[in-house]
Design a protein around this ligand. Structure first.
Ligand code: SAM
Ligand code: SF4
Length: 334
């Protein structure tokens, strides 16, 4: 039965929650991943898009229970990059071959509308044609409009968890409607919307994952980041188990069937959990990868979850190695 659902989805059928649950629970997911790979090939081809992620501030006013940047984590040394330094770093990334920069931070209101607009305009001016993606949390409509007018093209803001009660609990009392409202505003303003959610959050059932997937479709996400939850010791969720890499792979494959033309990253958290997860997800629907371009002085302080930062290499070398990896799995880096 689950196989029939997969076939129908490959032809454009919109499944019900229960059907998605069944597919997520299949013992053998070979057929699902293979079908997602075929759909990816037909819809978006063999290109793997490389995005440079610039983590410009780790200050955050929020208290999400899963995240190491939460305001209550007083063990974390905090940093903020000045607008000029952000533009310089984006320029270095552009010179190393990156065509997109993702500007990411905690919800840090030190960066006012004016400051962020000046950063966006600076990158526009200095980094010939580089696409700009923002990932700075929830902002009012007016600010989103100003960022768009200044030249931002895309915005990443995951819905994180489609169950409103659970969302309220894990996001320290924030409301899911505000998050979704922000996502809808972004669509209205003509941004490409990057949504997504975490797999394996404490207390999450398969039904929630199924609804998370349907939410991506309902929002009309142009991109979707689906990654496993990874516990950070200095958060309320520090003692829980990480999410399952296998379930994450299945969720990405289903996202490809639901949104054939979307951009789906092999999320960093999946790579952290399972080194082979990255190869597997590229044969199961993914077509995007992000690389940190954050200056090394700050990188270790942007600790959403514990991770191995690897050896200090320069931007161009890291980029070249990533391109080689992409070619080695039979794809075309861009
Ligand atoms: N503050 C912005 C926001 O929340 O949208 C952007 C930065 S936030 C650190 C980026 C993403 O990190 C979130 O959307 C969340 O899904 C992910 N994240 C946070 N803590 C995580 C954890 N422990 N495991 C996996 N992903 C996590
Ligand atoms: Fe802040 Fe984003 Fe982390 Fe929540 S997920 S604490 S909003 S940085």
């Amino acid at each position: 039965e689950a196989k029939i659902t997969i076939d129908r989805m490959a032809r454009g059928y919109l499944p019900m929650t229960e059907e998605l649950e069944q597919v997520l629970a299949m013992k053998d997911d070979t057929y699902l991943l293979h079908t997602a790979d075929e759909v990816r090939q037909k819809a978006v081809g063999d290109t793997v898009h490389i995005r440079g992620i610039l983590e410009f501030s780790n200050h955050c006013r929020c208290g999400c229970f899963y995240c190491g940047l939460r305001a209550q984590n007083d063990k974390l040394p905090r940093y903020r990059m000045e607008p000029g330094e952000i533009i310089e770093t984006a320029k270095a990334a552009s010179e190393a071959g990156y065509r997109t920069v993702v500007l990411q931070s905690g919800e840090d209101m030190w960066y006012t509308k004016e400051k962020l607009c000046s950063v966006i305009e600076g990158i526009r001016r200095e980094c010939g044609g580089m696409a700009i993606t923002l990932s700075v949390g929830e902002r009012p409509f007016e600010e989103l409009r100003a960022f768009r007018e200044a030249g931002a093209d895309r915005y990443l803001i995951k819905h994180e968890c489609s169950d409103a009660r659970m969302y309220g609990r894990i996001c320290d009392g924030k409301a899911l409607v505000n998050r979704i409202g922000c996502q809808r505003n972004l669509k209205k303003l003509g941004y490409e919307l990057g949504g997504g959610f975490m797999v394996g959050l404490p207390g999450q059932r398969a039904r929630v994952v199924a609804n998370d997937l349907l939410m991506l479709r309902r929002l009309g996400c142009d991109m979707a980041g689906i990654g496993p939850f990874i516990p950070h010791p200095d958060t309320p969720f520090g003692g829980y188990q990480p999410g399952s890499a296998r379930l994450t792979l299945r969720a990405v494959a289903l996202a490809r069937l639901l949104l054939p033309k979307s951009n789906l990253p092999a999320t960093t958290s999946l790579g952290v959990l399972d080194k082979n997860g990255r190869d597997a997800v590229f044969s199961g629907g993914a077509n995007v990868i992000m690389r940190k371009v954050t200056p090394w002085a700050y990188r270790r302080q942007y600790e959403i979850y514990p991770t191995d930062f690897g050896e200090e290499t320069d931007l161009a070398t890291a980029r070249r190695e990533l391109e080689e990896y992409i070619r080695s799995i039979g794809k075309v880096p861009l």
